[in-house]
Design a protein around this ligand. Sequence first.
Ligand SMILES: [Fe+2]
Ligand SMILES: [Fe+2]
Length: 285
Amino acid sequence: MSESEWKPIRIVERISTLPTLPTTVSSILREMANPESSAIGLAKLISSDQSLAGSILRVVNSAYYNFPRKIGSLTDAVVLLGYKGIRNIVLSVTAFRFFSNSSDYLDRKKLWNHTLACAIIADLLNRRLKLNESNCFEAALLHDIGKVVFDYLDPEVLRGAIKEARRKELPLITVEPAHFGITHSEVGTLLANHWNLPDNIVQAIQFHHQPENTVPEYLHITSLVSLSNAVAYSVEMGDSVFESIPELSPIVFETLKIKDTFIEDSREEISQSVETGLEAFSSIN
Ligand SMILES: [Fe+2]
Ligand SMILES: [Fe+2]
């Protein structure tokens, strides 16, 4: 496939052939949204996917959650973590499966660690800045999923883009349109829509590099994901393409009401939480 042959319209066609979220995951997410659901019902659903059940128990027993006793049953895990906690793990496990295929050109393991770090940071900052945003863990976890989609569509073309970005010392996103006719934010948005993810996640994926373009309703979550991405680079959890901390739009500081020294000031504390979080979630595989 020559580079010029990639046009957004062809990409849209190819995305529609990608698998949707596994049935267990969609039914778990549906069950959680059901006001009449119970911890027991949810635990039952989860146990229909043995590897998912195992991952949840491993994560819930990790140092990240720091429960004083060993959690042996899924029902206990659901009660202790709450629906939100379980949903984070379910989506992490699913996204991990998506990231785990090996590729010669894109360091998916590094990208996975980057996105997981972003998710842990977004969750932490959401609490610390008292933003009360829902789905921020998931949005941050999936913000760069478009890079995996590029790798799936055409690894050779992606390699050309990565090489060019490295040579010119530019962020990957600035060279992507010349190679794919579209950016990783845009292609990630197509996948998020194909997966029927909620609008706030879709918007955060679409505008994580330009939060100023998001609709006011989703400005907080998009700014939070944008900030978490930059913070991840500052604690050396960037992706494999370009290592310097991305510049943030002033709207991020304004929206989240933080000082422009925020990243520098919170680096040490965040670095600690990221370390325990990564250790916990690495037991997924
Ligand atoms: Fe990105
Ligand atoms: Fe990123």
